[in-house]
Ligand binder design. Structure first.
Ligand SMILES: Cc1cc2nc3c(=O)[nH]c(=O)nc-3n(C[C@H](O)[C@H](O)[C@H](O)COP(=O)(O)O)c2cc1C
Length: 251
């Protein structure tokens, strides 16, 4: 999965990373893999996203019951489904199963599903989604199992500073994730928390995607030097979707 000679990934930005943006980063920009989303799944999560949008944040608002077909439409814009990650906001097993059931019937090749345990918007975390999933390992475990049982590869996206590695690492190793994606920074400090990435690399049985503050070749290389197999870029790619070309050469 992915391309070991091009370890760069476009990270999810809700309201921005749609099919057109991601495909541009993949084809013209030089990204190794690209993410679309985050997309809310189920009535509760969609309602939460509407509330977030009402206070001015960009969001992807989907129609309840139409999530699978609307996401498929964006996914099909991407020229290679095996280079695609779909970032999803989920908060319960019932809506997850409904989504998988509809989505697996529609899609031929399997993209990677990224479970968003990262979002800290209160409308989402209060109903147990985003970062709230890290307080609900039973639900998260069942969501991961549901996707794995239908042969989807799973990336789990977290903020590294909201959960102690001693708590997350044993779970990651039980879940048999296909990727762990860590937004790694220290609150109030600029730059990437490289020490945390190094710690995870040594302890987990899944490839690591290191994230936060990649803006150029030096910062990308710093993440790879921790042993992380991939690095991802959000804000710098929003400014310049062609950025991947500049740091991918010679990796
Ligand atoms: C406008 C915006 C929207 C975002 N939306 C999502 C999202 O929906 N899901 C997610 O996992 N991360 C989301 N993120 C987080 C980014 O993927 C990334 O983890 C974070 O911006 C740090 O990486 P960067 O320093 O390269 O920007 C968002 C970030 C921004 C700036």
């Amino acid at each position: 999965m992915g391309n070991s000679e091009n370890p760069s990934i476009l990270a999810a930005m809700a309201g921005i990373t749609d099919g057109d943006f991601a495909n541009y980063c993949l084809l013209e920009g030089g990204a190794g893999m690209v993410t679309i989303g985050g997309y809310p799944i189920g009535r509760e999560m969609i309602t939460a996203s509407v509330k977030v949008a009402q206070r001015g944040r960009k969001e992807f608002i989907l129609q309840v019951g139409k999530e699978a077909s609307e996401i498929l439409r964006e996914a099909q814009i991407i020229s290679s489904l095996t280079s695609l990650i779909i970032n999803l906001r989920l908060n319960n097993l019932k809506d997850t199963r409904k989504f998988i059931h509809r989505f697996e019937d529609l899609i031929i090749e399997r993209p990677i599903i990224e479970i968003n345990a990262h979002c800290r918007q209160s409308e989402i975390s209060q109903i147990g989604g985003g970062q709230g999933l890290l307080q609900r390992f039973d639900v998260l475990t069942n969501i991961i199992k549901a996707f794995h049982s239908k042969d989807f590869k799973i990336s789990l996206k977290v903020r590294g500073n909201v959960i102690h590695p001693d708590i997350l690492i044993p779970r990651v190793n039980q879940w048999q994730l296909d990727f762990l994606h860590i937004d790694s920074y220290k609150t109030g400090e600029k730059g990437t928390d490289l020490g945390l990435l190094e710690h995870y690399v040594n302890e987990i049985n899944a490839p690591l995607i290191g994230n936060n503050s990649v803006v150029d070749k030096k910062s990308a290389q710093a993440i790879l030097s921790t042993g992380a197999q991939y690095f991802s870029v959000a804000r710098a790619a929003r400014k310049n979707p062609l950025i991947f070309k500049t740091f991918v050469k010679n990796f």
